[in-house]
Structures are given as C-alpha cells and as structure tokens.
Design a protein around this ligand. Structure first.
Ligand code: C2O
Ligand code: CU
Length: 467
C-alpha cells in the first residue's frame, strides 16, 4: 500500500562475523557470547541505543557441523534477565534457552549439546518471558549455521560473505532522537519505517560471482515480508527453516513471517544491479483489515551490484536433499491448537503449567487453527516438522520441506506432522508459540514435555518455577 521511506543504498552491507571458537579438552567446540548494551549510527548523525552479542548490535554467526559437540558460554552483561534460545535446534530442553533457563545479570550460562540435524540456517535470540519482543527489537539476534557432508557435496554457493550471504532482516522505527520506538504498535506489534539488513540501513552488496546464495532470516518482531526482486526476476528457493528442499523451486517471491528462514539462489549478469524488495504480503486478512493490521508496505531491502566480470558458477543441482513425503499414518495422536486473541486453546502462557506431554520417538499431528481476524504464526521448539496440508490442500513447494515456523492466516488451518525426541526431560518443557513477539509476550505460548514411554502421566504437572 505504501512505500516506506526512500532507500538510498549508500552503505555497504555489513556481514556478521563468523564467531570464533576453540576445541576444549573434551573435544567440544566452544563459543563465547556476551549480551551487552551498545549504540549504532543506523541513520547518519543519529546515535541509536541498541543491544547485541559481542558487539553493539546483532551477534556473530555461529557455525558447526552435524555430529559436532558444541558448548556456548553465554554471559549476560545487561542490567536485566535474559536467555538465549537456539531457534530450530534439536537439543535437550534444559539447553534450549527458554524462560526456564534465565541468565541473571552478570551470570554466565553454558549449554552444551551435540548438533544432530542436517545443514540449515538456524538462529538464536533471547526468550525471557514477557521481554522477548523488547530484547530482540533492541538487536539481540544472530545466526547459527549447521553444515553437513550432503550439503557440502552439492554445487551450491557456500563461501560465507562472498557468494553465500546471510541477510538478517528486521524493521525498526526510530524516533526524532534516533532511539528505537517500541510504543507505536498496532495489533501485530511494531511495524518499522527503517529496514536494517545485518544492521545496515539502505545497504548495497557488491558481488563478483554469477550465482549467489542469500540466507534470509526474518528477525522482525512483527512484520511479514514477501521477498522478491524489483525487476521480478526469478530465483531458486533451495532451503527453508530446517534445511534444503528436495529440489530447487523456481519462483519470484518468498513469504517469510517472523522467525522463518529461506535460502535462495539468484543469478546475476555482469555489470547489472538489482534490488531485493519486499512487496505487500498476502496476509489473508482481507482488505477490511488492511488499515488496522498494517504491515502491507513495499520495502526496498538491498541493492545487489554485480561486478563487470563475474566468476562463473556451475549449474544448480536438480536435486538437493532426500526428503520423503510425510506419512500421516505415522501419527499416533492428533492435537488441536486454536489461536485466538492472544491465547492458545483459550489459555495464556503459565510458566508453571504443562500444556502437552508427548512421548519420545513418536509422531503426532498438530492441527493449528487461526480463529482470529489477525495474522499469527506458529513455532515449535526442538523439532523440524512437515506441513501435511493447509486448509486441506497439499503444501505449496515453500512449505514442502522441513519447517519449524509457519504462517497461519486468519481463518486458516494448517496440519503439521511432528516427530518428537530423542531428548526427553520430565521436568523441563519446550515451548510452542506465535512468533509475532508481542503476541508471544502477551501469553500466546504454551509448554510441552517430551518424555519416555510410560511417563505420559506428567500431564497436568505443575512445574516448580520460582518466577
Ligand atoms: Cu524463535 Cu520460541 O522462538
Ligand atoms: Cu500472533
């Protein structure tokens, strides 16, 4: 509906550094993250108070191989409680960084786990109960890339920061003094007037390869993007939240709601430039909601400038990953999750209440329905799920691979096939929630335990929480 702001593409795109790590005596790859306050000049002449990991804003990109044991020492140098959640990672609940793993100011938390999933673009961000929107909006977010041998054997661009470019996209609203404005919200949350890509406003990227891979993360707290190019060129969608698709999907648009990721591969011609642009997403809210819900802006995200001479790239592979069709017959239980208002199944998040108990190594069907006239999405911790259908129709190609977050339009219903485990813990829950972070903070979240067979009776358990 509106084009927000005029974008000058005057600043080179920042690329988050790869996090340093070392191997400890136990053979674990150890990373250090420090959550801290900072400031950034997003707009020339205006200094914006921000937060970041190991710096002023955002965080370094962690990277590990499938099968590797990792540990992350997370120190909280903020003046308030935080947590760090590994979004999309399969790991024990006590390592997940939910509100149950609070890190007090001055404290260090050291989760450790074995990376046990295929190559994917994952991310990390705080998850303190009621404060997630604020802390992510302030800039606490980073990527966690998983590598595996199958992906490494494919002819895909993979030189980090050269032809494999992370794009952490989030929108902010700056007040007259340059401070982050979080007060001007609509029912979705904050819809900003300034788009930051890896923390750069109005960025350009110079490219020297004829084929580049862009790893898009929607790190916004509320906005849904429909990414494409200003010249409507086609590109190949090669990966979604949980890893590579079975085969490249040729398209001109990819929609990402908060928390979702897409890996796309774009071809360039020597000397040209093109603009990555988000056009108004179809939120399924109907025109009557446009004014009230908002979020329907055209946003110019990034200008890509191809050098006069480009390194040639091999053709894209025809197939990428072995992804068998989801088999609904595997499902042993069906559960319903009705999204309405700021609640799920009529309830608000309660840290001491277990909402669902599932058994390790079983698959279930989770039916998620949006009974509300506003946009929501649905994210489940610890798992990669498959979409069985969307309003009864088979999933479109962008929803045909491994997912952990899915958009659910008003009146829409999505059925997910989810296999749980292998990690179990009868006392520490995982979360499921709307990833529009204002909604999550207002209680649109629930908790589930993954238990050993025979422990199902933990249903209704009250967890022992002290805050
Ligand atoms: Cu990215 Cu529970 O969240
Ligand atoms: Cu929501």
């Amino acid at each position: 509906m509106d084009t927000v702001g005029q974008v000058d593409f005057a600043r080179p795109l920042a690329v988050p550094p790869l996090a340093e790590s070392h191997l400890d005596g136990d053979g674990r790859r150890v990373f250090d993250l420090v959550a801290q306050d900072g400031e950034r000049e997003f707009v020339p002449g205006l200094s914006t108070p921000t937060r970041g990991f190991n710096g002023d804003h955002l965080g370094p990109t962690l990277r590990a191989r499938q099968g590797e044991r990792v540990a992350v020492r997370v120190r909280n140098d903020l003046d308030e409680v935080t947590t760090v959640h590994w979004h999309g990672m399969r790991l024990p609940a006590a390592m997940d960084g939910t509100p149950h793993q609070a890190i007090e100011p001055g404290e260090t938390w050291e989760p450790t786990w074995t990376v046990d999933q295929p190559a994917a673009t994952l991310w990390y961000h705080p998850h303190p109960h009621g404060e997630t929107e604020k802390q992510v909006y302030q800039g606490l977010a980073g990527l966690f890339l998983v590598d595996d041998p199958e992906e490494a054997a494919l002819d895909l661009p993979r030189e980090y920061g050269v032809d494999d470019i992370p794009l952490v996209v989030r929108d902010v609203r700056l007040d007259g003094q340059g401070r982050l404005d979080r007060e001007s919200r609509n029912p979705m949350g904050v819809l900003g007037d300034t788009v930051l890509v890896n923390g750069t406003a109005g960025p350009y990227l110079e490219v020297e390869d004829e084929r580049v891979r862009l790893r898009l993360l929607n790190a916004s707290t509320a906005r849904v993007y429909d990414f494409g190019f200003a010249d409507d060129r086609g590109f190949a969608l090669v990966g979604t939240d949980g890893g590579l698709l079975a085969a490249p999907h040729r398209t001109t648009r990819v929609r990402l709601s908060p928390g979702e990721r897409a890996e796309i591969v774009v071809d360039l011609v020597a000397g040209e430039s093109t603009v990555l642009r988000s056009t108004p997403p179809d939120l399924g809210t109907g025109d009557a909601m446009t004014g009230r819900v908002g979020g329907r802006d055209t946003l110019d995200i990034l200008e890509i400038r191809a050098a006069g001479d480009l390194r040639p790239a091999p053709p894209l592979p025809d197939t990428l990953a072995d992804i068998p069709p989801p088999d609904p017959a595997e499902s042993v239980t069906t559960r319903e999750f009705v999204l309405s208002g700021r609640q799920i199944n009529g309830g608000s998040m309660d840290m001491s209440r277990v909402d669902e108990v599932v058994v390790r190594d079983t698959a279930e069907t989770w039916v998620v329905r949006n009974d509300h006239n506003q946009p929501h999405n649905f994210h489940v911790h610890d798992v990669r799920f498959r979409v069985l259908d969307l309003d009864g129709d088979p999933p479109p190609p962008p929803l045909s691979g491994w997912k952990d977050t899915v958009y659910v339009p008003p009146g829409g219903e999505v059925r997910l096939l989810i296999r749980f485990g292998p990690h179990t813990d009868p006392e520490v829950p995982y979360m499921y929630h709307c990833h529009l972070l204002l909604h999550e903070d207002l209680g649109m979240m629930g908790q589930f335990l993954v238990v050993e067979p025979g422990q199902e009776d933990t249903v209704g358990t009250l967890l022992d929480v002290d805050h």
